[in-house]
Design a protein around this ligand. Sequence first.
Ligand code: EPU
Length: 351
Amino acid sequence: MHQNTLAIQQNVSLAPFTTLRIGGPALYFAEIRTEDDLLDAIAFARKNGLPIFVLGGGSNLLVSDAGFEGLVLHMALNDAVTSVHDGGLVEYTVPAGADWNSFVLSVCQEGISGIECLAGIPGTVGGTPVQNVGAYGQEVAETITSVRALDLEATTFITLGREACGFAYRHSIFNTTDRGRYIVTAVTFRFDLARRPSLTYADLTRHFGHSEPTPLEIYHAVREIRHSKGMLIIEGEPDSRSAGSFFKNPIVTPEIFQYVASTAGLSPDQIPHWPAEGGRIKLAAAWLLERAGFVKGYAMGKAGISSRHTLALINRGNATAADIFALRNTIQQTVKTRFSIELEQEPVQLG
Ligand code: EPU
């Protein structure tokens, strides 16, 4: 029988655990350092009839002012990364609580390509499969081979292969069909050592021209681009009190795309757009916001829009969740009226 002593705290303010620095208290809160801690915490929640919430880096999270009347599990599993070499491939298994950017850096420093475009994304490794984190033409679905998780239905740890994870744009089974069923404890990534970085994204190809950059050079370039857009979390910078992109880039039918063009008085090729699954078209939410009047630096009370990226709603200082909700609702309603598009919130909402 395992003997574990898990400390459970009460009335812990969640704001400091989120990059938005917003949110009320958790009734109960536990630091999860091992898989045994996780089992103990689940047993506690069940015994007391408490809902649970899994907190990683808090970088994609909006907590309500009322907080959460349940048990927050702060995922701090952080034992060593293990690696397996197999011919021209290497696999790394990374604990859920590891800092994502540090892992990206260590892979790039070895000259390995596959996640260099995901540099500078805040948060923990365990959060990356949940929303299939992506940026600059890469997403974690390309390199993840399996995810280890606690299955709350059977109360056992299982390993899910990539296919079972059901990855799509900002989607996986973890945030859709099986939301709430699994708690990720480790993620395995596989890299092909012969793979050369491929740059698909305009911001990056422009940065490097025709040269062949190394993964580490791309790592630094991506961080620079993210910094210029206020998308690096830097303590004390107001533009970084955000949860990253606040809206998903909408994927629309060709008809809606035509409608957007005609109502904006533009030809379709004057509008930023990219091909998406099933003949549909991905639009830039930031562009829609700007056309609807929500530009960089826009302020509404203590909430606002980043001065460097339209898609990031920010806490301008002492904002509450209610301030962010008010701005969000205003933006959604205006964009809906103007373009007939319902923007979907990207960050997870708690409470
Ligand atoms: N744009 C504007 N105004 C802006 C910024 C962008 O009009 O202030 C338009 C431009 O047309 C630009 C296009 O939007 O070409 C795309 O902009 P950007 O490259 O900055 O990316 P994004 O679509 O705003 C997405 C992800 C980010 C990711 C970047 C880089 C989503 C919802 N967001 O943002 O992910 O870092 O691409 O690849 O998919 C996140 O999900 O939290 C996130 C930060």
